[in-house]
Design a protein around this ligand. Sequence first.
Ligand code: UFG
Length: 334
Amino acid sequence: MTTKPTVLVTGGAGYIGSHAVLALRDAGYGVVVIDNLVTGFDWAVPADVPLVRGDIADQTLVEATLRDHAITAIMHFAGSVVVPESVENPLKYYHNNSAKTRDLIDSAVRVGVPHFIFSSTAATYGTPDVEKVREDTPQRPINPYGMSKLMTEYMLRDVAAAHPLNFCALRYFNVAGADPQGRTGQSTAGATHLIKVAVEAALGKRAGVGIFGTDFDTPDGTGVRDYIHVSDLAAAHVLALEALIADPARSHLLNCGYGRGFSVLEVLDAVDRITNRTIERTLLPRRAGDPAALISDNSAILATLPWQPRHADLDLIVSHALAWERSLDERQGA
Ligand code: UFG
């Protein structure tokens, strides 16, 4: 029996969305997923969670779903997430991430859904010239992916001013790891994210890892990022929902990171240490558009939400990613 409100999770069959589904369910919320299964997997959605297979811009379908399940909040994860692809095909990103989200927000307003939680990104900051990025650091995206997400932040700000809806945009830093209980993880083929690529290499699924740049202005010359465990991120979404319900007059823009960075070499060393193997490393030129370092100032989220990161440990993040990678082949065949 659900006594807590019911949340519609778009992209709930995908990597981060499927962790949010588990966090909501574990906290006693009702959950409904809508996913077009282009990059998600139906098996990533628990059997007792309704899965609506369809598009977030199908307003007839979305509005029927919102009404049928008396949805109180939307957590919006559905979208395209590959930065280099956004450079080659910007219209795909403005379509999937901006235009379709506009239709989803329109459906929320038409049905009267009062709360909206949005997956934003540190990519909205571009290449900041501060050591730790605050929410008021100027947002100057350097690729269409970041711009497509920033456009949605602007839409939500304007809609919240005009309609009875409040929102929380969570700006993710580098999301990694997998559910500690092994229920879901990062499953989409052709990954480009460092920790996923490194554990694939450690398990012999790829020949090695290329290091994109060794001449950055960082302690060891490789790129530094603020890696956040996906389950801590999912927990932040549940707390953001509770903050929106508690004070419907307030909206929030919050960085999601741990406020500390690791270099590419430190990440590869962690994978080597945990697997007791040595990943083949190839030194490559810098990847276009990569900032030297991107680390959050997370004081706003810590002050706003009762968020207590439980997995803020690089070795733990890597070991959960590794455990998921090991189990993935069997699961995908299941
Ligand atoms: N890297 C390598 N080799 C690889 C993959 C990555 O050296 O095979 C390096 C990158 O150059 C970077 C770091 O590892 O220094 C992390 O790269 P990722 O591709 O894992 O992640 P990004 O920091 O590029 O991107 C992440 C999110 C994006 C988001 C962005 C915000 O994945 O969705 O942060 O800047 F937009």
